[in-house]
Design a protein around this ligand. Structure first.
Ligand code: SF4
Length: 470
């Protein structure tokens, strides 16, 4: 049975709520935060400590050895004194409020850990009064976990923008990963939608964490017992679609954050309308999930494929193609780069070929030391030949010239035309566009067209357009 919850003003400490009720509210409030994933830390269990830390940390994630690991993802408090327009926890929103005590949170985490529900903690918080007060309470909860319970599992903690640098330093010595949410892609949008937050208050702790992490790594290289500061680095989160910035702006910012602050990850969160406001998309707007997906694909290209933001987008084409992934878009725009000879090309050149990823590029470079590679070897190596065959040569032979329409058909991203079956009653099944399908598919179904027909029609149009462009 669902527990009753109480509406409590943000400034009032609630002493009557039990821990289960607090957990229900604070776990629900944390679900909008996406900056929670692979930890990047491997720390075996230690004698006298509780827990170990595997190299992954999403709320439900798989470690490299195939284990599924989970984190308790929760806010310390959702009683926020700020009023960011896009946020369900904002001061002016009438919703149930709750705040843990440091010991409650530590006990809860340990209880869940002992019952094998979780392997770590992802802790964030609304601003409870002031950033410093919030951070002090979060630090105390983590101190109890680390020093009293000797909890050695993964902890990802949010840093509250505007808090004292000394507090950032203290939390970095307790957590594996820190993150400071940049929230919106420009200062103008931040001023408009989150007037209590200031750009410098977000970037300053990012800079501090980058410097402290680098210092800590250098110290650890010399003294094995030196204290580790945020050994899994830092990440951030950006809301996509709440404000007018284009993909080029977002990708340039992402690239700059990686370079300047050595971030491990930038997370993108498709805006989910929760409030009616003149400065925000209408409540009926769908979260731009396909756009979010394209940005993640581009982020992957920045981090693992040696692409730069200006190669993927420019002022003339500042947004990603909904029907093509960013790498295929680049390949279509650069026919002069192809074909690539798989037996002689550098790894960097191989990485530009649609259908060849970092693993298969490395395997190609290794395998061709022993023999010339043809289609069958490439297939064994794991190259996606459906795409790659049109962009490569094997010892001078082109595996498949393909017509322009065939190549276009191989490059179109099936995700943009995804349709699923929804069961409305025992014997009533209907098809619906998947949430990340292209906006055009959703629009046609909104106007009454059957989902599979809409997807087919949009795909045919996209195919015709792409064939003409090639
Ligand atoms: S600071 Fe802003 S984004 Fe964070 S919880 Fe408060 S209202 Fe929400």
């Amino acid at each position: 049975m669902r527990r009753a919850v109480f509406f409590i003003p943000f400034f009032q400490e609630n002493t009557t709520m039990d821990l289960g009720e607090k957990l229900e509210i604070l776990a629900d409030s944390a679900k909008y935060d996406v900056a929670c994933t692979s930890s990047g830390v491997d720390r075996p269990g230690q004698h006298g400590s509780l827990g170990s830390c595997a190299a992954a940390g999403i709320c439900h994630a798989f470690t490299p050895d195939g284990r599924c690991v989970s984190l308790l993802k929760v806010l310390y408090s959702n009683a926020c004194s700020y009023d960011c327009k896009y946020c369900v926890n904002r001061r002016s929103n009438d919703r149930p409020r709750a705040t843990f005590t440091p010991r409650e949170l530590a006990d809860l985490t340990i209880g869940f850990y002992r019952r094998n529900y979780i392997e770590g903690l992802f802790l964030s918080s609304a601003v409870l009064g002031t950033p410093d007060r919030t951070m002090e309470l979060m630090i105390e909860a983590l101190r109890i976990l680390r020093q009293e319970y000797h909890f050695n599992g993964y902890i990802h903690a949010k840093t509250i923008p505007g808090s004292d640098p000394l507090l950032v330093e203290r939390i970095g010595l307790l957590a594996d990963r820190l993150s400071v949410n940049i929230e919106l892609p420009s200062e103008m949008s931040l001023n408009q939608l989150a007037p209590d937050k200031k750009k410098n208050a977000i970037l300053r702790p990012m800079g501090q964490i980058a410097v402290k992490s680098a210092e800590s790594r250098r110290e650890l290289a010399v003294y094995k017992r030196a204290p580790a500061f945020a050994p899994a680095g830092q990440s951030t989160q950006m809301i996509i679609g709440a404000t007018p910035e284009n993909d080029l702006h977002i990708l340039n910012l992402t690239e700059g954050l990686y370079k300047k602050y050595a971030l491990k990850r930038v997370f993108f969160s498709a805006y989910l309308p929760v409030v009616a406001d003149d400065h925000l998309p209408a409540l009926t707007t769908r979260p731009p999930l396909l756009r979010e997906h394209r940005l993640y694909q581009a982020d992957w290209l920045l981090r693992y494929y040696h692409f730069s933001a200006h190669e993927l987008l420019n002022e003339e084409e500042p947004n990603f193609d909904p029907y093509l992934d960013p790498k295929c878009t680049w390949a279509v725009r650069h026919p002069e780069f192809f074909p690539v000879e798989v037996n002689t090309a550098s790894r960097a050149e191989l990485l530009r070929v649609p259908g060849i990823g970092p693993k298969s590029a490395t395997r190609i470079v290794q395998a061709r030391r022993l023999q010339k590679l043809g289609m069958s070897e490439l297939k064994r190596i794991g190259v996606v030949l459906k795409r790659a065959q049109y962009f490569i040569t094997c010892s001078g032979h082109t595996p498949n010239h393909g017509t322009r329409a065939e190549i276009a058909g191989a490059l179109l991203d099936p995700k943009a035309f995804g349709v699923g079956v929804q069961q409305l009653s025992l014997d009533d099944f209907t098809t619906k566009p998947l949430p990340a399908a292209a906006p055009a598919v959703h629009e046609l179904t909104d106007h009454g067209m059957a989902a599979d027909q809409a997807a087919r029609l949009v795909r045919e149009e996209a195919l015709t357009c792409l064939t003409k462009r090639m």
